[in-house]
Each structure stands twice: as structure tokens, then as C-alpha cells.
Design a protein around this ligand. Structure first.
Ligand code: AMP
Length: 181
């Protein structure tokens, strides 16, 4: 048991084998978010290392990063910036491609969302290979932002994502880890 704020966050994460495809163990946070203590514990634990840091914005990655990132931004008393899949944001955007297992995907941010030198905290639910969060960091930097840190509820350390972000010079904060994929 790994108590966080007196709450066992890991116990409330549901694991679903072979979703969305065979061989993937999907770590489902909806069961954590729907628990009144679970949601609060997760947000509090994501936030506490950064209470004294200089942060101008919290950025969240679509879609589960919006739920957590919005709550983190509200808790810190900062604004929230969405990083979305290609074609979803209405105004002028900056994009960043990243490699998937098969093919390429693109994430986007509004071109005017961040000012030069603004300090940004990046939030998502889970880090696996670090492809998505790595692209988000590149995007935030391209927009002129300085990425203070990246925080996730779940780490899959065997996939090396947290190490990849650290090698990009970004602090990484995660709450629980699961072995394997
Ligand atoms: P990656 O880019 O490989 O670090 O993958 C991270 C993104 O994919 C996050 O937005 C996650 O929500 C999602 N993801 C990857 N693997 C899993 C998994 N095993 N369970 C749930 N979500 C996952």
C-alpha cells in the first residue's frame, strides 16, 4: 500500500486488460476521479511539490489531462491552457508532431496562449513512453514557455517516459507506478 494524503490512490485505479488492443493493460483513472476522496487526494498530491514554485500556467494534455490539469490550476490559483489533438482549437495554433507505434500524431496549442518566459506546469494522467508529454514539452518551449515540471498520477517506469523527460531537463513528479506496459 502506498498511502498518499492517507489515501491509497493506487487501489482506486482500475486495470483493464487488452484495452484498447490486445497486450495493453489500460490503467483507468475514472474510478479514482469518481471517488470524492480519490479526486481530492490525487489533485493535492499532484500540486504539493509546486506550491512554492513560480508557475504562470498549468497546461493539460487532452483529454484526461484536462480533468486533472483544470483542478490543479484551480488549486494553484493559476490559468489553464489546453494542449489538444490536431484540428480542435479554434484560433491560430502551433503544432508538434510525434511518433506513435504506427504512424504520427500531432498536438496543438493556441499560438498566443503563452508569453515568452512564462513558467508552465504540465499535467497528464499517465506517462508511458513519454512520447506525448515529450511532444507537449517541445510545443510549450516552441511557444516561448519554460516548462517547470511535468506531473502525472501514473508512471509506467519500464517504458522509460519519466527518464526521457528528465533527459530533456524537466522535473518529473508521479504518484503511483505500475510494472510493465
Ligand atoms: P506515452 O506517449 O507513451 O507516454 O503515452 C501516454 C499517453 O497515452 C497518456 O495520455 C495516457 O493517457 C495514454 N496511455 C498510454 N498507455 C496507457 C495505459 N496503459 N493506460 C492508460 N492510458 C495510457
Amino acid at each position: 500500500m502506498d498511502l498518499r494524503n492517507g489515501f491509497d490512490i493506487k487501489r482506486y485505479i482500475r486495470s483493464i486488460p487488452d484495452y484498447p488492443k490486445p497486450g495493453i493493460m489500460f490503467r483507468d483513472i475514472t474510478t479514482l476521479l469518481s471517488n470524492l476522496h480519490g479526486f481530492r487526494a490525487a489533485v493535492d498530491e499532484l500540486v504539493w511539490p509546486f506550491l512554492k514554485d513560480e508557475i504562470d500556467y498549468v497546461a493539460g494534455i487532452e483529454a484526461r489531462g484536462f480533468i486533472l490539469g483544470g483542478a490543479v490550476a484551480h488549486t494553484l490559483g493559476r490559468g489553464f491552457i489546453p494542449i489538444r489533438k490536431k484540428g480542435k482549437l479554434p484560433s491560430r495554433v502551433i503544432g508538434q508532431d510525434y511518433a506513435l507505434e504506427y504512424g504520427v500524431d500531432t498536438i496543438e496549442i493556441h499560438a498566443d496562449a503563452i508569453g515568452k518566459g512564462d513558467h508552465v506546469l504540465l499535467i497528464d494522467d499517465l506517462i508511458a513512453t513519454g512520447g506525448t508529454a515529450g511532444a507537449a514539452i517541445d510545443l510549450l518551449r516552441k511557444s516561448g514557455g519554460e516548462v517547470v515540471a511535468a506531473a502525472f498520477v501514473i508512471d509506467l517506469p519500464d517504458l522509460g517516459g519519466a527518464a526521457k523527460l528528465k533527459s530533456k531537463g524537466v522535473k518529473v513528479h508521479t504518484l503511483v507506478g505500475f510494472e510493465g506496459h
